[in-house]
Design a protein around this ligand. Structure first.
Ligand code: AMP
Ligand code: MN
Length: 341
């Protein structure tokens, strides 16, 4: 399908696209599910909720990811179902459901092209790479969209499905901090809690599962944190040596970026992670209308207004200045419209 045709289809009517997704799901038997590399709670939750729903319909389901889930998600139901591989060549499937990916490259999995793809995503700039594309930037998490598909398929909300939908929302809203939360978000969470999800246990399981090594890493990162833009911008720097000194892996960095935002004055955070191959992975978070997605777009990345990222070739010194300049501009622009709590 041409990009224009796909776009028209997506724009025609959201409910219509969901209906078409249901028709195709019901008509097919073998499914391959995937999401982005270095999975987060939304990608894990979306994939597993969808997998359990397809199980309920008697479908054959495989889940393939480029990278394993962060360690502390391993206790959630069904995590052992996720196969880790860099290629899907040789996997037979009647349909591929790609969630949370603005383009196929984000999966880090080769061999996906040319298949019947259902693309479900909430990242602005989605490339409409599927035969069916449902893109909704207003969704606080891709898990909200998956919930809607599951409802439309008339699959009952089991404890396992509810857990993964709640996981997706809890993590992708930054624990209900980001600005894209709507009544729909809470309505879905209400239904998840009615289905047996324990919000306290979920929050503890997701956010209070640090290793001692991670606490050391947090200490080291915050100790070395720099402030720019008169204290409005926090800058965190990390390399493999710092990880090794704390006995941590890359997965242990998850969530650390949010800590500087707990300081009242800080409006945005940028986290530079220099990999052993010299690439610089840049993560950004912000408050209210400070739009870090626009900054990420300028460097070939993407994300959301309050959470975005990209990867650029190093060395760090060459890219640091321009990135900080763009962030200072974004803060100046975003501060013009700050809501009162
Ligand atoms: P992270 O800082 O890695 O947690 O990413 C924050 C948000 O930005 C997530 O929604 C990611 O999907 C998105 N993001 C990160 N890196 C990229 C990239 N290279 N291209 C598009 N989106 C990205
Ligand atoms: Mn997401």
């Amino acid at each position: 399908m041409s990009e224009t045709a796909a776009r028209k289809r997506q724009q025609s009517h959201a409910r219509g696209v969901v209906g078409e997704i249901c028709d195709e799901v019901l008509a097919r038997q073998r499914f391959l599910l995937t999401s982005h590399a270095r999975p987060d709670g939304d990608s894990i939750g979306s994939q597993l909720a969808m997998a359990y729903a397809l199980d309920a319909l008697g479908k054959d389901v495989r889940i393939l990811n480029a990278d394993p889930a962060p360690d502390h998600y391993r206790e959630f139901p069904g995590l052992d179902r996720i196969e880790i591989a860099s290629t899907a060549a040789g996997v037979d499937a009647d349909a591929l459901i790609v969630m949370e990916c603005s383009d196929l490259g984000r999966t880090g999995v080769a061999g996906l092209e040319g298949r019947f793809i259902i693309n479900i995503d909430h990242h602005v700039g989605n490339r409409m790479y599927g035969a069916l594309n449902w893109f909704d930037e207003s969704a606080a998490a891709c898990g909200e969209m998956v919930f809607e598909v599951i409802q439309a398929l008339r699959v009952p909300l089991t404890y396992e499905i509810a857990t993964h939908i709640y996981l997706a929302i809890l993590t992708d809203t930054g624990s209900f901090h980001h600005s894209n939360i709507t009544p729909r978000t809470f309505d879905i969470c209400r239904q998840a809690v009615e289905a047996g999800v324990n919000p306290a246990a979920m929050a503890r399981g997701v956010f209070d599962s640090n290793s001692f090594g991670k606490l050391k890493l947090i200490g080291a990162l915050l100790d070395a944190m720099e402030l720019a833009d008169e204290g409005r911008l926090a800058v965190l720097d990390m390399d493999d040596a710092m990880l090794a000194a704390c006995g941590c892996t890359y997965n242990d960095t998850e969530g650390v970026i949010n800590l500087p935002l707990t300081a009242r004055e800080i409006q945005a955070v940028v986290f530079f992670k220099v990999a052993s191959n010299g690439d610089v992975r840049v993560s950004m978070r912000s408050k209210y209308d400070v739009d870090v997605r626009l900054v990420a777009n300028g460097f070939g990345g993407g994300g959301h207004k309050n959470a975005a990222g990209f990867t650029v070739p190093g060395p760090l010194e060459a890219v640091r200045g321009p990135i900080l300049d763009r962030l200072v501009e974004a803060i100046a622009h975003g501060l013009q419209t700050r809501p009162v709590p």
